[in-house]
Design a protein around this ligand. Structure first.
Ligand code: NDP
Length: 240
């Protein structure tokens, strides 16, 4: 059965692979983009592109309205957009801490709240998947802001799962390890090599590998999974 899916930050990287995975399952897919124009391959495949900066509540409201007008209430929400502003704590300006929390955590609150309201109204259950990070579990020097925001998503998602589970809405959190996208490409080569050295599977993840876990959590088969933290990280966070 085709569902109405909204991928936040679906233009590139993990979000792009996720939009492709849902489209391949036959779902009706909308995705947001912000900086560049929408990904042409997704549009060609019939996905709906919506411009949205998730730090702006008005743009979030407008994006939901556009998607609802086109494909009905959102039944699956994937909160994937995220940023980094890495620095050691003593060198980290307060605006870099705030910007990362604002995009990665406060915007997730805004998006999940908007989606939850319409899912409850539609009374057809729903799926919310939050993209966190292995860094939320194990910490990472230079990423106090990012780790705080991604760990915040876990507490947020689990609490929301308890609030709305009885209404057939599940909330799960995926924690990717280092994945081959622009975000990882921005890291120094030595840091990438050091991280890969700690990954039991011995390589960086592919965006499609994160997308397949997200797609499973959104499926009917995953109806009894909620509040789960699902690592897709080659084993790097094992034991954390
Ligand atoms: P990319 O940098 O490739 O993509 C980030 C996405 O977030 C883009 O689509 C970008 O949109 C969007 N975005 C950022 N800020 C905003 C905003 N204010 N409003 C709307 N959209 C925004 O990253 P990845 O694909 O690698 O990351 C996806 C998610 O996975 C992130 O949450 C990240 O933290 C997480 N993750 C990534 C890992 C990795 O190693 N790559 C590891 C662990 C977690 P646009 O390009 O249009 O500006």
């Amino acid at each position: 059965m085709s569902r109405s899916v909204l991928i936040i930050g679906g233009n590139r990287g993990i979000g792009h692979a996720t939009a492709r995975a849902f489209a391949q399952r036959g779902d009706t897919v909308a995705f947001t983009y912000r900086t560049d124009g929408p990904a042409p391959d997704l549009v060609m495949d019939g996905a709906m592109a919506v411009h949205c900066d998730i730090t702006d509540p008005e743009q979030v409201e407008r994006a939901f309205k556009e998607v609802e007008a086109d494909q009905g209430p959102v039944e699956v929400l994937v909160v994937n957009a995220g940023i980094t502003r890495d620095n050691l704590l003593l060198r980290m300006p307060e605006e870099d801490f705030a910007a990362v929390l604002d995009t990665n955590l406060t915007a997730a609150y805004r998006l999940a709240k908007r989606a939850t309201r319409s899912m409850l109204k539609a009374r057809r259950g729903g799926r919310i998947i939050l993209v966190s990070s292995a860094v939320a579990l194990k910490g990472e020097a230079g990423q106090t802001n990012y780790a705080a925001s991604k760990a915040g998503l876990i507490g947020f998602g689990r609490s929301l799962a308890r609030e709305i589970g009885s209404r057939g809405i599940t909330v799960n959190i995926v924690t990717p390890g280092l994945t081959d996208t622009a975000m990882a490409a921005a890291l120094p080569k030595e840091r990438i090599e050091k991280i890969i050295g700690d990954v039991p599977i011995g390589r960086i993840g592919r965006p499609e590998e994160i997308a397949s876990a997200i797609s499973f959590l959104a499926s009917e088969e995953a109806a009894y999974i909620t509040g789960a933290v699902v690592p897709v990280d080659g084993g790097i966070s094992m034991g954390h």
